[in-house]
Design a protein around this ligand. Structure first.
Ligand SMILES: *Cc1c(COP(=O)(O)O)cnc(C)c1O
Length: 391
């Protein structure tokens, strides 16, 4: 059988995707990120950004960014190991290590690159990587890139994690990898139990706290603080700046020998241009706000409680989440799309998440809250949800 010309095949695949309600499209924003955004020319109330503390457009961050651009220019011009590593990068690494209470921290240009680089940079043939099935795509891709074996366990299933650790008993080194807060479900990993199992089986742990840092814990140190993990038993913590920190890029906080190994071996660190110094300068400003101004976290928690109470009263299928990620489970892809559209008729924007991002039959609205939302805006959201489900 003659195969179709490539372009015909691609067109056919795209049509099938559309048919299945899984077609993705870009939308263009005009103006700043915030709870009120202009998308495709229309003003919307947004419940789908990861700017959990409302820092992306904060004047302190903008000033730090602009001042640094005046001094350092825009492009970093080279990788960190050549001339791309500015004093702002250096200062940020030192302050992040202090913040997390680790010996060192290392910057990456994005969270995706960080996860690929950390896992591939540390794990070699003969090692075993053990991951929660709902981990972020970048963590799974890091394992695919590495020559180590990949074993997965059902979402937060600690007895199956135990089995996997047994299965990996002969591996040279074992690494358990977990999201701290799961990005599509909003639930928090049972980190204390994972750390205990890791200790018992002599495994290392990598925690991706993209959605926990800045949000969880009194001081915003994320899942390790939320679970009161002992300073001497810290996992390696990877965090991103594109979410609660309101900027861009990522880091990993770990012991000296881990960081030095990554500097030698993490390909996504070595072979990429450093982020602009101004991004690091802006992130220094947001780190200060995250540490000094806990009122944003407190306000966010109050909004989360308000939203959950309201959604429960409407009988919506809330998931078990204490975080800023508050998904509503729908199931059917096309039904999720149609509810999303009805919310837009009411000028409300939420994430409509379908497979393959989530398992088949678990399409959902991914609602995210920000400290910048008001109680009144939450009421608007709840009213729109009531309308969308009734029509
Ligand atoms: C967003 C995210 C990443 C990727 O970070 P970027 O800086 O956006 O590339 C990695 N892990 C998790 C859990 C995330 O939510």
């Amino acid at each position: 059988m003659a195969s179709l010309p490539w372009s015909t095949q691609l067109t056919k695949n795209l049509a099938e995707r559309k048919e299945a309600g899984r077609y993705r499209q870009q939308r263009t924003r005009l103006g700043a990120q915030g709870v009120e955004v202009v998308i495709d020319g229309k003003k919307r109330l947004s419940f789908c950004s990861n700017d959990y503390l409302g820092l992306a457009n904060h004047p302190d961050l903008k000033k730090a960014f602009i001042d640094a651009v005046e001094q350092e220019g825009v492009g970093a011009g080279a990788a960190h190991l050549l001339t791309g590593h500015s004093r702002y990068h250096q200062q940020l690494e030192e302050q992040l290590a202090d913040f997390m209470g680790t010996q060192r921290a290392l910057l990456f240009s994005s969270g995706y690159q960080a996860n690929m680089g950390i896992i591939d940079g540390l794990m070699v043939r003969g090692d075993a990587i053990i991951q929660d099935k709902l981990n972020h795509a970048s963590l799974l891709d890091g394992a695919r890139l590495s020559d180590a074996d990949l074993l997965r366990y059902p979402h937060v299933d600690m007895s199956r994690l135990h089995n996997r650790l047994h299965n990996a008993a002969t591996a040279d080194h074992k690494l358990i990898v977990t999201d701290g807060v799961f990005s599509m479900d909003g639930d928090i990993a049972p980190l204390a139990e994972i750390m205990a199992q890791a200790k018992q089986h002599r495994a290392a742990v990598l925690l991706d706290d993209a959605h926990g840092l800045g949000v969880l814990g009194k001081k915003g140190r994320g899942c390790v603080e939320h679970h009161a993990i002992n300073q001497h038993e810290m996992p390696m913590v990877m965090g991103t700046f594109g979410k609660a920190f309101g900027t861009a890029g990522a880091f990993v906080a770990a012991d000296e020998e881990v960081i030095e190994t990554l500097i030698q071996q993490a390909r996504t660190y070595v072979y990429t241009t450093a982020q602009p110094a101004a991004i690091a300068a802006a992130t220094l400003a947001s780190l200060k706000l995250v540490q000094d101004e806990s009122w944003r976290r407190e306000k966010l928690q109050a909004l989360i409680a308000h939203f959950r109470a309201g959604a429960k009263a409407l009988g919506l299928n809330l998931m078990d989440s204490l975080t800023a990620i508050q998904p509503i489970l729908i199931g059917d892809d096309n039904l999720a799309i149609s509810i999303g559209k009805k919310l837009e008729e009411k000028d409300i924007l939420v994430g409509v998440i379908r497979p393959p991002t989530v398992p088949k039959g678990s399409a959902r609205l991914r609602i995210t809250l920000s400290a910048d939302h008001t109680e009144q805006q939450l009421t608007q959201l709840l009213d729109a949800l009531e309308f969308a489900y009734a029509h």
